[in-house]
Design a protein around this ligand. Structure first.
Ligand code: AGP
Length: 606
């Protein structure tokens, strides 16, 4: 939810800390702050607003010191106020902490600390950590033990970093259920809630596990167990994401850059090893019950997968949203759960996977972020290799996940005889043709989507519809329009229209229909039937279709003839259309595209 950064160096850290939290801003961006140690203690500067604005207002760059921590916040406990921004200080102002996660027992801890005369400056759950450490110091514990004892008192989830005047060249950090990674530089060491915190400076990293803490200095680090202080040997990991990939590279927004990166991310998804794909297909086909899961966009990616398992492998693999899964799906030993997640840190999905493991189910995941909690939790992991996705809105990662699920579905079909090896080859070739198709589409169609968005951005209510595999595309497009354009949008199977939604149709509601190609005769005919039903009630429809014969059709107020694609991949072309429409609606409306209000990139809380 929030972004944490820390640097211990031989030189001033303020500029690097600032750029680090700018790179982490997609994790939360309602307020931010930093604490840099000088000879008198940690100097804290913080405020509400985007990092660049706060940095200017609070003169972040004037801070001097070689050790510091910083934070970018997505509010959970306590409103968006300067006082609630991190870092938080102890009463005696000798130490400062930053925190990501939720401390579920904070109210009890806070009450006990208040009784011991601690004064709280914020409404956050996080501030208790600073006071707990201070209290432990007062009782005589050395700083390191004061820190770990405080962590032992916390319930819930946390990644914490702390600086103290007592250890001017050290950062203490620890974690439980919130990500924390160390970056290993030359005479400079880093702490971050993900690689973007320090990818500009080093590619060598150590991923901390739950129940571990670290003492980081300018010449090294030690990882130990919170429980008993025993040292832990950690493996150094080399991250192959480069810092350039995390920059905008001339695009006005990360969202557009990431949409344009899709030919490459599809290629990467296609280059995921055949062994990994076979492994997932075996898991799914061999299980008593198999499920797909994710939440938000990744649930829709899972839903796309469900349709392909049915069509390519004759397999019923239900997709359940991870936040609802345990309430709507039986789950027991020998079941198989395949989770999809960009960040690998999403609370709902992690909670479900942990429960699945507890019940003896087999677990697997398609994940983008290397070293993420989910990737290390499951029995089988497939890294999609899409590179950093900075925009809060998921585009390239979601498409890559769909490609991987399609590959698994095709492989499952080959395994169970639904597809012949020749059919598998033909379908794989269709997937391999996608990158070129996508490049052409993006280059030729962006302007058209901009024009459509300009014309219709004033419409406040949107209904996105499709049938079959175009239905999850409609759901995903509606989510995109909600989150980035802040317009009311719903996704619906077109077949639902006459079961209720037709009552909504009038000339103020904008309907958008994804129409399958004419080769899918029945689906095409029924979808066009729905378009006619809307027209008959005075409704307005934008059509996204593949039929030259529909050019000029009066049934559409506006239409986009999408580039021809086989039935296997045409829903993905429709998905790109939805991405471009939502992006341009957002820009026309002047929205904060990469950091939409109230959202965060990885939702690590319940
Ligand atoms: C995507 O545009 C959304 N911001 C959101 O729905 C996201 O897909 C969801 O929170 C799941 O995240 P994950 O892929 O990191 O698990």
């Amino acid at each position: 939810m929030c972004g944490i950064s820390g640097i211990v160096s031989g030189e001033n850290v303020a500029a690097k800390l600032l750029s680090s939290i700018q790179n982490l801003e997609y994790r939360g961006y309602d307020s931010c702050g930093m604490a840099v140690l000088n000879a008198r203690g940690p100097v804290v500067r913080k405020n509400v607003g985007h990092v660049a604005d706060v940095a200017e207002k609070e003169l972040f760059l004037s801070l001097e010191g070689v050790t510091g921590i910083a934070h970018t916040r997505w509010a959970t406990h306590g409103g968006v106020t300067p006082a609630n921004a991190h870092p938080h200080l102890s009463c005696d102002k000798t130490l400062a902490i930053v925190h990501n996660g939720i401390i579920s027992n904070y109210a009890r801890l806070k009450a006990a600390l208040i009784k011991r005369r601690h004064k709280f400056a914020s409404e956050t759950d996080s501030e208790v950590i600073a006071h707990l450490v201070e209290e432990n110091r007062k009782k005589g514990a050395p700083l390191e033990r004061a820190f770990t004892s405080a962590l032992k008192d916390l319930e819930g989830s946390f990644a914490v970093a702390m600086v103290s005047i007592e250890a001017p060249h050290r950062i203490y950090c620890g974690k439980h259920e919130s990500p924390l990674i160390l970056g290993l530089g030359k005479n400079e060491f880093y702490v971050g809630s993900d690689f973007n915190a320090f990818i500009e400076h080093t590619k060598d990293a150590v991923v901390m596990d739950d129940g571990e803490y670290a003492v980081v200095s300018d010449h090294g680090y030690e990882v130990k167990r919170i429980r008993d202080g025993k040292p832990v040997r950690k493996t150094i990991m080399r991250i192959d994401w480069d810092s350039e990939a995390s920059r905008k590279g001339g695009f006005p927004h990360y969202m557009l850059k990431e949409i344009y990166e899709q030919p490459e991310t599809v290629r990467k998804a296609l280059s995921v090893s055949e062994d990994s794909i076979v492994g997932l297909a075996k898991g799914l086909t061999g299980a008593k019950r198999a499920y797909l899961t994710g939440v938000g966009t990744t649930y829709y990616a899972a839903k796309v997968g469900q349709y392909y398992f049915a069509s390519e492998a004759d397999l019923g693999v239900p997709a359940a949203s991870s936040d609802e899964f345990l309430e709507n799906s039986p789950l027991a030993k020998d079941d198989f759960v395949l989770a999809v997640s960009q960040s690998g840190e999403t609370y709902d999905t992690l909670r479900l996977v942990r429960e699945a493991k507890k019940r003896g189910a087999k677990t697997a995941a398609v994940v983008n972020v290397v070293g993420s909690t989910l990737s290390r939790l499951v029995d089988q992991v497939v890294l999609q290799g899409s590179g950093p996705e900075i925009c809060v809105i998921s585009t390239k990662a979601a498409l890559a996940q769909m490609i991987i699920l399609m590959r698994v579905a095709i492989e499952a079909g080959r395994m169970n005889g639904r597809l012949t090896p020749a059919e598998k080859r033909r379908k794989t070739a269709q997937l391999e043709a996608l990158p070129a198709l996508i490049s052409g589409f993006l280059n030729e169609y962006s302007g058209l989507f901009h024009t459509i968005a300009q014309k219709h951005a004033s419409r406040h209510n949107w209904l996105f519809m499709g049938r079959g595999r175009f239905y999850p595309v409609a759901l995903e497009t509606a989510l995109k329009v909600k989150e980035v354009a802040y317009l009311h949008a719903e996704g619906m199977p077109a077949g639902f229209l006459k079961h209720g939604a037709l009552a909504l149709i009038d000339d103020t509601l904008m309907s958008a229909m994804f129409v399958p190609g004419e080769s899918e005769k029945e689906l095409h005919r029924m979808t066009m039937g729905s378009v006619a039903e809307i027209n008959a009630r005075g409704g307005r429809v934008i059509g996204f279709h593949f039929s030259k014969s529909l050019r000029g059709s009066k049934l559409f107020e506006d239409q986009v003839l999408l580039p021809s694609a086989p039935p296997l991949t045409s829903p993905l072309v429709a998905l790109l259309a939805g991405q471009l429409l939502s992006y341009f609606l957002a820009t026309v409306l002047g929205r904060d595209v990469d950091k939409p209000r109230s959202l965060a990139k990885s939702v690590t809380v319940a």
